[in-house]
Ligand binder design. Structure first.
Ligand SMILES: C[S@@+](CC[C@H](N)C(=O)[O-])C[C@H]1O[C@@H](n2cnc3c(N)ncnc32)[C@H](O)[C@@H]1O
Length: 290
């Protein structure tokens, strides 16, 4: 994370939400309102230049994205809209009254849900990105009395400390989200996050998260792509094998819920039913058991 600069990955994902949310092939698998809300947030802080709309609507950009997907990051085009959709569906399915988004970045999940549900929503992010998000929410007119934004570097400040004095209520069932975050923390910070959420939410609460999938030789994500992301100031530090995830979660007081088949759930019957799917990142939900 580069001090004073919002997370590049977060910005890229938020911008691509505008693209995917309007693209004829992807808009139906995106969560409702993704493109419009991302656009409002980004425009409020000058992070979506007006030329972006012409670019995103052009056949040349479609081609670039398609070629990049085919040759460099197979399945990424399907993965990011599906990740957004999966996370939102799992948050809604948790059926709870409060949402905590850790490493929220410029993502619009809490902003969308606070306006569409009765949930109380709290976000935490590194100050470099979190301060920009505050300006984006206020400047876009999307602030809400049930939405609270907290800035903390979770590598230095424990989550429970960051939430001290906030509206988060540890006695009420909740759902936490860490989307695209765990891979940027080290092992002790990841374990610390699972432990902190265990303390911050009563049994029955859920944690929805994405994780970098490892094979026998480390992450399955192409090495040079990790290097490019690291060069932007966000090196990846944590990954796990599928077969180790349930045990890892159980050690920390969480039960891994059955995996969702994203293709069957979201792609069957759509124009992209046969699209590639990346295996770089897993999407999981755990429930607090004790
Ligand atoms: C890949 S972005 C994901 C953003 C968002 N969750 C999404 O999926 O669109 C990673 C986010 O984690 C945040 N992050 C990384 N390290 C952090 C730390 N030590 N403390 C707080 N936030 C951190 C970054 O600021 C960034 O917003």
């Amino acid at each position: 994370m580069k001090e004073g600069t919002p997370s590049r990955t977060s910005l890229k994902i938020a911008r691509m939400g505008v693209y995917y949310g309007r693209h004829p092939d992807f808009r139906d698998i995106c969560p409702p309102g993704l493109a419009d809300t991302n656009q409002k947030l980004l425009e409020a802080v000058g992070l979506l230049p007006s030329v972006a709309h012409r670019v995103y609507g052009s056949p040349a950009f479609d081609k670039l994205i398609e070629v990049t997907d085919r040759h460099l990051a197979p399945g990424a085009n399907t993965h990011f809209p599906l990740r957004k959709r999966f996370v939102e569906d799992q948050v809604r399915a948790a059926g709870v009254q409060q949402l905590l988004v850790v490493g929220a970045g410029l993502d619009s999940l809490a902003v969308r849900l606070v306006h569409d549900t009765e949930m109380r929503c709290v976000e935490v992010d590194h100050p470099a990105t979190g301060n920009v998000k505050v300006r984006a929410v206020n400047g876009s007119g999307l602030a809400h009395e049930r939405l609270e934004l907290i800035q903390a570097d979770l590598a230095k400040v424990p989550l429970s400390e960051a939430l001290t004095g906030s509206t988060w209520d540890s006695s009420v069932a909740g759902v936490a989200v860490a989307e695209g975050l765990l891979m940027y923390l080290d092992d002790s910070a990841v374990r610390g996050l699972f432990r902190a959420l265990h303390e911050l939410m009563p049994p029955g609460s859920r944690f929805v998260f994405s994780w970098l999938r490892a094979g026998p030789d480390g992450p399955v994500m192409t090495g040079w792509i990790r290097s490019v992301i690291a060069a932007g100031g966000e090196p990846m530090r944590w990954w796990i094998r599928d077969k180790e995830l349930a045990g890892f979660a159980a050690e920390l007081g969480w039960r891994l819920l059955p995996a969702v088949d994203l293709r069957v759930t979201y792609l069957d019957g759509t124009s992209i039913a046969e699209a590639g799917m990346t295996d770089w990142e897993g999407l999981s939900v755990v429930e607090r058991v004790d």
